[in-house]
Ligand binder design. Structure first.
Ligand code: ATP
Length: 290
């Protein structure tokens, strides 16, 4: 409802607060544009987590690269406050903006990247935006990005279930609302991931599975994976949401060292590591479920 009584709108050229109906119409038009825009994309996968730092971006980037071994892949980074995707995929230039839309640049393995990370004037300054501006930005990116033909588009969300997640899931067409939840085997993250799982349901999205990150540690001496929790909370999550743990990604110190040294993701810097193997398994499971 407009704050002004109906029949008493501001004069032409005066500040105008759009009514709920006007807003709904605008959103509907944008939804249609997004649907049209995604016609050239075969599958969309939204990567979410309930908690920061569990490895959502690591999973998005390495999964994208594992899929890109055989398929055309794009990645949309919607983590407005911590956009790390371009850097991890070796993209430093901003996307090409033309009247026909925004054209993503390609990183390693030709993965197409779209992120606010390469659009900012100053990388060292924070983005201090309130909810409506973030939502507007996400809608604009979804409307304007020209992905071209893709087999998979991975969307890396910020942690939690805030404005960005709600906007993206509400604007995506129904068949694009496929969610992969990143969890960890420990109890600490459990209740937060449960909330994210509940949000998936409320936002009428489809949970395709759970990935348990930092699941055990790879012994640098013998190469076996050492479990360090007696209970597996990712399994409990899968039971709760009637889904499956699609992959268990270990913490691999040796792969991490190589990745740090080269400044590249695990799958590129340490292709033969246990962690890269786990990402290939995840890619297979994702292919099966989409
Ligand atoms: N399986 C793993 N093995 C080793 N290190 C990992 C693994 N997964 C993630 N990390 C490291 O943990 C840190 C956090 O990961 P990442 O940035 O992917 O988390 P995130 O959930 O996206 O964080 P944010 O909440 O900031 O969005 C990074 O330094 C990453 O390299």
């Amino acid at each position: 409802m407009s704050p002004l009584a109906e029949g008493n709108e501001p004069r032409e050229g005066h500040p105008h607060h759009p009514s709920r109906e006007e807003l709904e119409k605008r959103l509907e038009k944008e939804r249609e544009a997004i649907e049209k825009n995604l016609e050239s994309v075969e599958h969309v996968l939204v990567v979410m987590s309930g908690k920061g730092g569990v490895g959502k971006t690591t999973v998005s980037v390495n999964l994208a690269l594992a899929l890109a071994e055989d398929d055309e892949v794009g990645i949309l980074d919607l983590d407005i406050h911590g956009p790390n995707v371009p850097e991890q995929l070796g993209v430093t230039e901003p996307p090409q903006g033309t009247p026909a839309g925004l054209f993503p640049l390609s990183g390693y393995r030709d993965v197409k990247v779209m992120s606010i990370g390469t659009m900012l004037e100053r990388e060292d300054l924070p983005v201090l935006w309130r909810g409506p501006r973030k939502s507007g930005f996400i809608r604009e990116i979804l409307v304007k990005t020209r992905w071209g033909d893709l087999d998979y588009l991975i969307i890396d969300m910020p942690p939690g279930t805030g404005d960005e997640v709600m906007t993206a899931l509400q604007m995506l067409p129904e068949d694009a609302r496929n969610v992969l939840l990143v969890a960890s085997p420990e109890s600490l993250a459990f209740s937060d991931v449960v909330k994210a799982g509940e949000a998936v349901d409320k936002l009428e999205a489809r949970l395709i599975g759970i990935v348990s990150n930092m699941h055990g540690i790879v012994c640098p001496e013998c190469g076996s994976t050492i479990e360090y929790f007696s209970d597996d909370y990712s399994e409990k999550l899968a039971e709760r949401f009637d889904t499956e743990v699609l992959a268990r990604i270990p913490l691999d110190p040796e792969a991490k060292r190589k990745a740090e040294e080269e400044g590249k993701p695990f799958v590129i810097a340490a292709p033969d590591s246990r962690v890269s193997e786990a990402f290939s398994e995840l890619a297979e499971a994702v292919r099966d479920r989409l």
